[in-house]
Design a protein around this ligand. Structure first.
Ligand code: ZN
Ligand code: FE
Length: 258
């Protein structure tokens, strides 16, 4: 089934978080993805007139749920989030998990379990967008706070299977820092060099680098390419090494990279 792409509005919150409003064109139904901070979200809703009836949560970290109660009250919205983190998130009305499908008006959003950053983290995909939370960032991926490199690599492979023209939305503006590490790992990648140049230009103008086309991430984001020989070699590993092991080395390298 093809459906019209969702309209969206990106909302910078806190220091470097993003919340997103998604709007189904056919019905005017709106969802808010994550709830980092009240004031900028209220302002964006006022400016757009897009009042969310649904709030979708990706994971339990405070910078994604801190304003949930206040925003539910402000909009009279219901909240949905990861069933595996229900006990850790106050204010969820319903919970969802792998394989569940939500309807935003006439647009279907599929729930994808993406353990790694947190154990119960979920992503939402459909209507031409991927709401990846802190699992997949433009040119990077989330830190492994609650799960193994194996789990995170499996999660990233699921996101990588989505169509190239999917727009990737993530929880943070970390792209410039991620680009420096990506270039450190893979400086022979012309597509990456060009992408990093565009990111530097955008950030110099204080513009967001989000959303990012997923197809471009598949070519340039080292964390989506742990099964490619060039990335294994960059980690000092033999091509053919278990990609989860390559991924673990990549993630560890980023943790200490300056
Ligand atoms: Zn987080
Ligand atoms: Fe976060």
């Amino acid at each position: 089934m093809t459906q019209a792409p969702l309209d969206w509005r990106l909302i910078p919150c806190l220091d470097d978080n993003y919340a997103v409003l998604l709007r189904d064109e056919a019905t005017g139904t709106v969802a808010l993805v994550d709830a980092p901070e009240e004031a900028p979200i209220l302002k964006a809703v006022e400016e757009t007139g897009w009042v969310p009836s649904l709030i979708l949560i990706t994971h339990h970290h405070h910078d994604h749920v801190g304003a949930l109660d206040a925003l539910k009250m402000a909009f009279g919205a219901t909240a949905t989030g990861p069933e595996a983190e229900a006990a850790r998130i106050k204010g969820l009305d319903t919970t969802v998990g792998e394989g569940d499908r939500l309807m935003l008006g006439e647009t279907a959003l599929d729930v994808i379990a993406t353990p790694g950053h947190t154990r119960g983290h979920i992503a939402y995909a459909g209507g031409g967008v991927l709401m990846a939370g802190d699992t997949l960032f433009a040119l990077g991926c989330g830190r492994l706070f609650e799960d193994t490199p194996q789990a995170m690599w499996a999660s990233l492979q699921k996101l990588r299977a989505l169509p190239d023209d999917t727009l990737l939305f993530c929880g943070h503006e970390y792209t410039a820092s991620n680009a420096r590490y990506a270039l450190h790992v893979d400086d022979g990648n012309d597509a990456l060099v060009a992408y990093a140049g565009e990111i530097a230009t955008k950030r110099a103008r204080a513009e967001p680098t989000i959303p990012a086309p997923l197809g471009r991430e598949k070519e340039t984001n080292p964390f989506l390419r742990a099964d490619e020989a060039v990335i294994a070699r960059a980690m000092g590993l033999e091509p053919g090494t278990d990609p989860a092991q390559v991924f673990a080395a990549l993630r560890k390298g980023k943790d200490t990279f300056r």
